[in-house]
Design a protein around this ligand. Structure first.
Ligand SMILES: Nc1ncnc2c1ncn2[C@@H]1O[C@H](COP(=O)(O)OP(=O)(O)OP(=O)(O)O)[C@@H](O)[C@H]1O
Ligand SMILES: [Mg+2]
Length: 317
């Protein structure tokens, strides 16, 4: 219900027609919020986490990626998942979205174990989520407008006139209403990221997950993208989760931080608590120190083995 684009238009958020009002809100440009709209905003006040991992194990084949992980994503907040390369951050998002299933433990979304859901239940849960993938791309042959309209045409029976209004509202929310007729090849990388964001929020999700939303952006686009994540979260009453290595922007906008390392949670909690963590991995990561528990080389064969050098003699006891 806040003004999203100060000095431009006031955007109010109400449930989409035909959708349950479970915290989903769709912007109505210039229209004051109705009573049901205000009521729907008051429903999402539960203090239970929106997402919870309980002693979760996940492996790709024999490769254990998450080992007995327990974590919580609080509702209505912006949570950052951080940690070194290969720590399992993208995998954690895939588990949250039900794209992967844990081998042991639970992955609860709004209290329901996603790992036990059948296809219909999973489909219903996914409609409440929006995702921006690490290497997510727009459909190259579709205009910006049609890219954002895609999930609405796929998942709803809304008439085209309403789809048009919703698409323009979503593009307006990311500042790109004027780019509607362009093709993805005609927009910059930063713009493409924002268009993908408009598409991710097209169905008015409760939860939006972003995998490395800042990578490859110039400093201005990066800051814009970070502010947008924060603003959309607060204006639309979302829960947001993002993975990023950009320490400054991440700590600027996050309320809650989870640091993954070696298949476990090195630290989690409100930002201030995590920033002051004494865990050596967290200290190394947050201070960008080259030396510490996180090694440069991925574990593997020794240099001597790979280059067929003679191993140095083992010292006699
Ligand atoms: N589809 C897959 N099949 C097999 N192994 C995978 C697969 N995807 C990821 N892995 C492995 O799982 C581990 C965790 O990968 P993940 O992509 O979750 O890491 P990440 O924390 O997102 O890393 P980055 O910061 O580099 O994106 C890595 O060792 C990776 O090689
Ligand atoms: Mg990743």
């Amino acid at each position: 219900m806040k003004d999203l684009q100060k000095g431009v238009e006031v955007l109010y958020y109400c449930p989409l027609p035909g959708q349950p009002s479970q915290g989903n809100q769709s912007p109505i440009i210039g229209a004051p919020p109705t009573a049901p709209c205000i009521a729907s905003m008051a429903t999402n006040t539960s203090s239970s986490p929106l997402i919870e991992f309980r002693k979760l194990d996940f492996s790709y084949g024999d490769h254990r990626v998450l080992d007995g992980v327990s974590l919580e994503i609080p509702r209505g907040k912006v949570t950052a998942i951080m940690g070194p390369m290969g720590a399992g951050k993208t995998t954690a998002l895939r588990l949250m979205g039900g794209e992967q299933r844990a081998q042991a433990g639970e992955m609860l979304f709004d209290g329901q174990d996603v790992g036990r859901m059948d296809q219909t239940q999973l489909y219903a849960a996914r409609r409440r989520m929006g995702m921006l993938f690490q290497f997510g791309a727009l459909f190259a042959d579709l205009s910006v407008f049609d890219n954002v309209a895609f999930p609405l045409r796929e998942h709803t029976d809304l008439p085209e006139s309403l789809i048009r209004d919703i698409v323009l509202m979503k593009l307006n929310a990311v500042g790109l209403r004027g780019a509607r007729d362009l093709l993805p090849s005609e927009v910059s990388g930063g713009m493409a990221r924002r268009i993908a964001l408009a598409r991710a929020i097209a169905l008015d999700p409760e939860l939006v997950m972003y995998d490395e939303p800042f990578s490859g952006l110039d400093p201005i686009s990066l800051k814009t993208a970070a502010r947008l994540i924060r603003q959309l979260n607060d204006s639309m009453g979302l829960t947001s989760i993002f993975v990023s290595h950009e320490l400054k922007q991440t700590l600027d906008i996050a309320d809650h931080v989870i640091v993954l390392s070696n298949g476990t949670v090195a630290a989690q909690g409100p930002k201030d608590v995590v920033v002051n963590s004494k865990d050596p991995m967290v200290v190394q990561y947050l201070n960008a120190l080259p030396d510490g528990p996180v090694r440069f080389h991925l574990p593997g064969a020794s240099v001597a083995q790979d280059f067929q050098l003679s191993e140095p003699p083992v010292a006699q006891q």
